[in-house]
Write a protein that binds this ligand. Structure first.
Ligand code: SF4
Length: 333
């Protein structure tokens, strides 16, 4: 008798039982031949429909402090250590409320305040508090935050404010992280995620594919995320930014990006798997369709932090055409 293929194993275990693939199996998916990619995506889509349903969660993000970060994440144009075209700016509270209102108008249920910092200082925490209160008073939308490494007190403060979800990416496999950043560790990032969970906020944790990691490390990363059981995983593809140490890396090929989407869904059958930055570069307009038919069930609409995204209406039109409703706010409160 021949051994079952990894997709046959996934059909039994992931689709029928809702349990994710193991690391070695994830690697097999990442190594599938091009001719098997459509089958992998189709299965990933079935898994997403079975365990998450047809809704797509839509989120907007806004940068409350851009650029000038003291850390050295090699992919990031917001690091103050590299010569990049990103200018350091801060947004005021009325502008943040306006951005939240515009995001809510697209049907989005999440609005994430992002700051390019190692972790928030007292001034940033005060600004965030004011912003979260002002947005909650004026707009019906869940507020999420992404403010870097937290202390236990800061995690408690954000939870008390009603912050619904906290984003902090592990970015890549534990074994590859020292090639990506040297000013802080993977373990420090993990500790913040543990604090987020301890304080009752939803955990949003993903990373970037295509930073020079091997396929073995890509599988390791998916397995490490699966062990963390995050509520949401934003999946980015490296968009090599001028001036950063990763500026000369080649973007991930479309077929590798699609293999990664299928593999991450089969590793994380129940999580919100969000298309984040780099999808336009890697997959083009067609790729958004392939992604949401291949396991993705959430997207960021509009612009990313330092790069432009697509017109939100293009994404919303696509979801309507595919009969995938935008997840309603009442379900997420
Ligand atoms: S990824 Fe975050 S912590 Fe790292 S340099 Fe960029 S803004 Fe700073």
């Amino acid at each position: 008798m021949t051994e079952p293929s990894v997709l046959e194993i996934a059909r039994e275990r992931v689709l029928k039982a809702g349990a994710g693939l193991e690391e070695a199996e994830i690697l097999e998916v990442l190594r599938l031949g091009d001719e098997m990619v459509p089958d992998a995506l189709e299965l990933a889509h079935e898994v997403r429909m079975r365990w998450c349903g047809p809704e797509v969660e839509v989120e907007g993000i806004v940068s409350i402090k851009t650029g000038g970060c003291p850390e050295d994440c090699h992919f990031c144009s917001q690091s103050g250590r590299f010569e990049t075209p990103v200018r350091a700016v801060r947004l005021d509270i009325p502008s943040l409320v306006k951005a939240a209102r515009e995001t809510a108008r697209t049907g989005a249920t999440e609005f994430c305040l992002v700051a390019a910092v190692r972790g928030p200082d007292a001034r940033l925490m005060a600004q965030v508090k004011e912003a979260v209160r002002a947005i909650h008073d004026a707009v019906e939308i869940n507020v999420a935050c992404s403010l870097g490494i937290l202390t236990p007190d800061q995690a408690a403060e954000l939870a008390d404010l009603g912050v619904h979800r906290y984003n902090h990416n592990l970015e890549t496999a534990r074994s590859y992280f020292p090639q990506v950043a040297t000013t802080h560790t993977w373990e420090e990032r993990l500790r913040t995620l543990e604090l987020v969970r301890e304080h009752g906020m939803e955990v949003c944790c993903g990373g970037i594919i295509g930073m020079g990691e091997s396929l073995v490390q890509r599988a390791e990363f998916a397995a490490q995320l699966s062990a963390l059981e995050p509520d949401e995983v934003p999946l980015n593809f490296l968009d090599p930014r001028p001036g950063t140490p990763f500026a000369d890396l080649s973007p991930v090929s479309a077929s590798d990006a699609l293999r990664a989407i299928a593999a991450f869904r089969l590793a994380l059958p129940r999580t919100v798997l969000r298309f984040a930055g780099g999808r336009e570069l890697t997959l083009g307009d067609l790729g958004t369709r392939q992604g949401v038919l291949g396991g993705i069930n959430a997207m960021i609409v509009g612009n990313y932090l330092t790069t432009l995204g697509r017109d939100p209406q293009q994404d919303l039109d696509l979801l309507e055409e595919l009969s995938m409703p935008v997840r309603a706010l009442s379900e997420t409160f």
